[in-house]
Write a protein that binds this ligand. Sequence first.
Ligand code: RB5
Length: 151
Amino acid sequence: MKIAIGADHGGYPLKQDLIPFLSAEGHEIIDLGAHSFDPSDDYPDFAGAVARAVAAGGTERGILVCGSGVGASVAANKFPGVRASVCHDTFSAHQGVEDDDMNVLCLGARIIGTELAREITGRFISARFSGLERHQRRVGKVKGFERDFAK
Ligand code: RB5
């Protein structure tokens, strides 16, 4: 799977761990920065880059890492077509895809450790949207909000 990944200074070390982990699983990882540790960088810059890649299509999923995951999630959800959420447990990581068609996973590197982050990421990547009628209906209503604001 083609996956875009990004992180600010709060998530940089965890991003650097996740890239080889995901690559070893056979995924194509697009690293949209930060490309070095800069304690004064800003999470919207990386959230925007990953969200744009996912919204444009061609990149199936995104992963964002900041200190809490919250800022990245808030920023990414401003982009039409992006359904981002913080998940710090494995159930949310796969059910968010299966039921809600979540396409961007946000992690807080100051909250969870490397091993749990790897497990959560793995469950997120291997999950697929169920396509069940009730979930299509609900996601369709969410997409309707985007259409309303685009007018
Ligand atoms: C940066 O210090 C921190 O605020 C950021 O990584 C993130 O936690 C925001 O939600």
